[in-house]
Design a protein around this ligand. Structure first.
Ligand SMILES: Cc1ncc(C[n+]2csc(CCOP(=O)(O)OP(=O)(O)O)c2C)c(N)n1
Length: 794
């Protein structure tokens, strides 16, 4: 076994003192509302009434933070800290308070006795701060409330940040989650020449809330083999005696840094990325290290009982109060702080200086580094719509060259990437690969295509990694696009939740600068799953997204390629949102020329006068509304049927691009006010609304509108299988015939209308017979063209 060089004793004492100070402040946050420096014996009134927070992970994180401070200062490192078990919020807060960044951002929480009292009181307290490494925490890009995303976020942060190292604490419980288990493989995508490095510190404290952890119980050699299989070379720091643990941790960190530098300089000197392993640390230390050993006869330190608040009732139980005081005094606060609460200078000297402090590193306030993208003029990529309804090549295929050129124009700035689970080509964005590659750090075979050590496209078959990488990339001040099959984006429902929550909170903190929006392009959508069928048919992500705070979510359903271009241009310029864009990839009709599209998308909703036939001043008999590319096609086909068979019927067509326009103005900044809504949808006419997703969402958004009782929504109602594109709409009664019948049913009856309805039913029966015999749609459906209105003005 290699002997570990001992740390210089002054330095070791300083690190140990920092660690004790951070531990003291962490315990203080969990328990105390007064007497922060223990100037007198603790009394019950010094103790918070509600004692919340997580102690178990905290001393380990404090230990790591103290050692990283030494490393950063010694090597002038550009480093940020990601706390996977972010429930150890007291640790990150304590350390940023000690290094001075906390008080710089929150002057009330100053580095003195009153500030320390506030620091303690505010933690997990109404009107105070949450118990995690939340957006309020300086230096955090990762709250770590929902476990599993720390490594993905860390990798996202280092892409295109060659000098950055992210020290990422991974909980051994967190490591059991699917996203984290896959995230180890991110090494396979790291470009050591142009990206920075992630230094994972797997915190093997052995337990979760109530169970041991898998990685702590498997034989060490299996853990090593597991890590080897993902491209890591672990260094173990194991024990509980502070002095040898300090020596071991310092040596391991120095060793890791040297290994990172060696890999980077080899790659930056032009060597190909073969058979290298990135360094990592396994820190095996007791859960709740330095905390109470036994409380009420139950072992605490080194067991899962240390997870949250180890001494439950020091306010009501004198023995608990005594144990707490003993615990706090074990850190010897009088050696750490001046009587006025300031950290002693020799300990404070451990912190790096200025923006090298992890709480002040600008990468962790990414908006402050954000540069706008250089965007090509989206109009230059427009489809020429000679005839309304002309068949296009597939909307995302039109978008592809635009995204390609966004990559090209920002190549030098290296601040834009496309992420996707193996689907960039499948989703119609293949043009991007004309000018860049998919980044890949493993060997490349001659038959591989568009793989290279460096490229703007990141593809791995893990929606979690795509989403997590992109979030990390955005949170550190860059831009990107995540393209995904619509049905499988649900895999990241929960990650989206967490990001939306982060944006909401961060948006209200003046010191956090706005970051680029998270842009999610959902293609390969529910209506066109010819290859795959029912498993791939699920348009519910937008329902989920619309639950989130209106200030952070936007949902767009462009009806054609020119609208998609306009919407994407807007999304890539926007800040601090999650933009969800749903667009098809199959050839489909094109309705608006580029100027009309830009104007329509700017409004987000509008009457397509060229499609309707309402007489001036009289208003419509019926409104046919549509949202989404396939619903728009079926709506226009229904309009054409009605105009052909019931020409006296006055029809209005309303198309919705921006779903949030349907909400009341008071509830969403994009919402229409009631008079605007009534002007479009009337106050008393039937509205047949063809919607891309599940119908209930439209009711949810419009239930307060005057005419809501007359709004009849058709959408996906979970009828699906492998069948023809048109039959998918028929199965869900969103097709042109059902829409037209619905419109007729909502109007006063007549003999003629009954006859027309019968005719449409016959056509539906013909459709069924035909597809069952021929396996494809009727020629009149496949070759259907809009003939009802004028071409766009030249
Ligand atoms: C995805 C997810 N599932 C469950 C939880 C509830 N939870 C909070 S802490 C915890 C145990 C975490 O163990 P570990 O990652 O080892 O952290 P540590 O033991 O260091 O606190 C669990 C299950 C969670 N926060 N996130």
């Amino acid at each position: 076994m290699r002997s570990i060089p001992a740390l210089d004793t002054t330095l070791r004492d300083r690190i140990d003192a920092w660690w004790r100070a951070a531990n003291y402040l962490s315990v203080g946050q969990i328990y105390l509302c007064d007497n922060p420096l223990l100037e007198r014996p603790l009394v019950p009134d010094d103790i918070k009434r509600m004692r919340l927070g997580h102690w178990g992970t905290t001393p380990g994180q404090n230990f790591i933070y103290a050692h990283l401070n030494r490393l950063i200062a010694a090597h002038d490192l550009d480093m940020i800290y990601v706390s996977g078990p972010g429930h150890g919020g007291p640790a990150v807060v304590a350390n940023t308070w000690l290094e001075g960044t906390y008080g710089e951002i929150y002057p009330d929480v100053s580095q003195d006795e009153p500030g320390m009292r506030r620091l303690f009181r505010q933690f997990s307290f109404p009107g105070g701060i949450p118990s995690h490494a939340s957006p309020e925490t300086p230096g955090s890009i990762h709250e770590g409330g929902e476990l599993g995303y720390s490594l993905s976020h860390s990798f996202g942060a280092v892409f295109d940040n060659p000098d950055l190292i992210v020290a990422c604490v991974v909980g051994d419980g967190e490591a059991e989650t699917g996203p984290l288990a896959t995230a180890w493989q991110s090494t396979r995508f790291l470009d050591a020449a142009h990206d920075g490095a992630v230094l994972p510190i797997l915190h093997l404290n052995g337990f979760k809330i109530a169970n041991p952890t898998l990685l702590a119980r498997i034989p060490r050699e299996e853990l090593v083999a597991l890590m080897h299989g993902a491209g890591w070379e672990p260094r173990f720091v194991e024990g509980h005696e502070p002095a040898p643990m300090h020596d071991a941790m310092a040596a391991a960190l120095d060793d890791c840094l040297a290994a990172i530098r060696a890999i980077q300089s080899a790659a930056r000197g032009g060597q190909p990325p073969t058979s290298r392993r990135w360094p990592m640390i396994v820190l095996a230390s007791p859960k709740g290290w330095t905390g109470p050993r036994i409380v009420d006869g139950v072992r605490i330190e080194g067991t899962f009982h240390a997870h949250q608040v180890p001494i439950p009732d020091p306010r009501g139980n004198p023995e608990h109060l005594r144990l707490l005081e003993q615990w706090l005094r074990s850190y010897r606060p009088q050696e750490l702080f001046h009587p006025d609460g300031r950290l002693r200078e020799e300990i404070a000297a451990l912190a790096p200086k200025g923006s090298r402090r992890m709480g002040a590193n600008l990468h962790a306030n990414g908006g402050s580094l954000l540069r706008s993208l250089r965007l090509p003029d989206f109009r230059a990529y427009a489809v020429d719509v000679g005839q309304r309804g002309a068949r296009g090549s597939g909307d995302t295929h039109v978008l592809g060259p635009f995204v390609r050129d966004v990559c090209v124009l920002n190549e030098a700035a290296r601040n834009f990437r496309v992420f996707g689970p193996d689907e960039t080509i499948s989703n119609g964005l293949g043009a991007v690969l004309e000018k860049t590659d998919r980044q890949w750090a493993l060997p490349i075979s001659p038959q591989d295509e568009h793989l290279a050590a460096s490229g703007r496209v990141m593809e791995v078959l893990s929606e979690h990694q795509c989403e997590g990488w992109l979030e990390g990339y955005l949170l550190t001040g860059r831009h990107g696009l995540f393209n995904c099959y619509e049905a499988f984006v649900h895999i990241v429902d929960s990650m989206f939740n967490q990001h939306a929550k982060w944006l909401k909170v961060a948006g209200r903190l003046p010191w956090r600068r706005p970051i680029a929006s998270l842009n999610i392009l959902l293609s390969s959508h529910v209506w066109r799953q010819d290859h795959n069928g029912f498993t791939h048919q699920d348009p519910g992500f937008v329902d989920h997204v619309m639950n989130k705070k209106p200030e952070v979510v936007r949902v767009y359903l462009p009806p054609d390629a020119n609208c998609l271009l306009s919407v994407m241009d807007h999304c890539l310029r926007s800040r601090q949102y999650v933009n969800v864009v749903v667009a098809g990839k199959h050839p489909s009709p094109q309705w608006l020329d580029i100027d009309e599209a830009a104007a329509h998308c700017a409004e987000g909703i509008g009457i397509w006068e060229w499609a309707g036939n309402e007489a001036e001043g009289l208003g419509p008999d019926v409104v046919l509304a549509c949202c989404g590319d396939v619903p728009t096609l079926e709506t226009l086909a229904a309009v054409q049927l009605l105009r052909e068979h019931l020409p006296e019927l006055r029809v209005r067509v309303v198309n919705v691009v921006d779903l949030c326009r349907l909400m009341p103005r008071e509830e969403h900044p994009h919402g229409l006010d009631s008079s605007e809504f009534d002007e479009l949808f009337t106050t008393d006419r039937p509205v047949v609304f063809a919607f891309h997703s599940y119908p209930w969402l439209i009711h949810r958004l419009t239930y307060r509108r005057t005419n809501h009782a007359n709004i009849h929504v058709r959408g996906y109602k979970e009828e699906g299988t492998i069948t023809t594109p048109f039959d998918m709409t028929v199965l869900n009664e969103l097709d042109r015939f059902h829409l037209a019948i619905e419109a007729i049913d909502r109007l006063p009856g007549s003999e003629r209308k009954l006859a027309v309805k019968r005719l449409f039913r016959t056509r539906l029966a013909e459709h069924r017979r035909w597809i069952e015999q021929h396996g494809e749609d009727l020629p009149e459906i496949r070759d259907w063209r809009w003939s009802g209105g004028a071409a766009p003005a030249a």
